[in-house]
Design a protein around this ligand. Sequence first.
Ligand code: NAD
Length: 480
Amino acid sequence: MTELLIINGERVSASDGGTFEVFDPSTGELLATVAKATKADVARAVAAAHAAMDSKTWGGLAPAERGRIMNRIAQAIRDRAEELATLESRDNGKPLRQARTDVQVAARYFEFFAGIADKIMGNTIPLGPGFLDFTVREPIGVSAQIVPWNYPIQIGARGVAPALAAGCAVVLKPSSEAPMTALRLGEIGLACGLPPGALNVIPGTGSEAGVALASHPDINQLTFTGSVDVGIGVAKMAAENVVPVVMELGGKSPNVVFADADFDLAAAGVANAIFQNAGQTCSAGSRLLIESKAHDAFVAKLVERANAMRVGPGVSDPDMGPIISKKQLETVERYVGVGAGEGAKVAAGGVRPTDPGLGKGYYFQPTLLDRVTPDMRVAQEEIFGPVLAMIEFDDIEQAVEIANRSQYGLVSGIWTRDINKAMSLASRIKAGQVYINTYGAGGGVELPFGGYKKSGYGREKGLESLASYTQVKNVCIKYT
Ligand code: NAD
């Protein structure tokens, strides 16, 4: 059975009847056949979203009622958590418990933003006698959202929830690598009372549906989450129509570990930051900056952890699942070769697992590259796999310099018992988020998230994200 698009509240085939196949990266087996949105489908979805904005059932709805619908969506996601987590695990390959966390985080996005729907307020501005001036934050309109395959339900909810809370209508284009849970989100939205057109879900390729959506003249805002090169192209298309964009791009985030850190805490945090989702995380802590005098002791701890990790099919709930595709697996493998060629030493992993039971999936072992220097390609380029580049530093000045010697600036972690050192570094690191003695915070729904430099611009998550989905209207009244 083909999974259909969701446009204007209906499940529909693609305009030309086209489909694409989705595979389970744990086994290489077919998971689903999905309708492939065309340019005409994108146009239908955008038109449906505008109709919803103009309707009494969505555009005319009281904000509190929007919040009620969103709370129902949060509850429905929780009610279907196990089914959604299993589907996410099969679609993306991630271990079941990570998929369960992702589903809970998705529910939390709807809950968090449900509470805000009726609290999006403007200001009054004092102009003196005879004037009343106030601002209103109006929904920006139709939000186009293009998302990647690595956290489909979480990143889907991350953009959809604030947009709906603000009163926008959404056209969501999931990645063709892992589109399944975005479709479930669309179904759940309808079942919970979203009117037709408020949330349209149109899986398809980047080159057709993605381009058609990014360049559509009638979208009012675009949220893009993906790679830098594609993001630049998308931003250019949006610029042609003067459409504002949120760019959530890649990273090469550093975890800076000082010799006075709690090593057990730091090793657990550093390992999780790179091996979660098999390293296919925009905010992966893919560079370790380790103080030289602590190098041997800390690296030994990491090697022990990496070697103990169980790699296997997502639904068997291993420590680490497969890479999303054969192509991506080959990229990861190639990068390990590049690192070795540049002089890095493989301290753990570096190869595919030998277990013949894993032969059909796209597995790679948790990999530690030691003796990396800051300008090596493996220290500069986003690998998007379970490969940690480990670099030594001698003092805080050098740590800052190396941490910032990157085109990216998404997230960073600092591990030390010295609050002065931590705060000094936190203020000087160029990254959108800084964590001290932790890395990530339970999904971080409440915390503004986004990049410095080529990691992007605009902020998702938290109250900050509402700025992207609203526009300010100033009303000035003169009275006598
Ligand atoms: P990608 O850039 O290849 O694709 C992202 C989305 O864009 C997909 O839906 C894809 O179909 C679509 N797309 C592809 N070409 C397009 C085009 N020409 N026009 C319009 N849309 C197009 O990225 P990916 O491989 O899916 O995801 C991995 C990348 O995403 C990594 O670089 C990662 O760091 C980044 N990412 C960033 C964040 C963040 O929040 N900053 C989160 C997750 C992933």
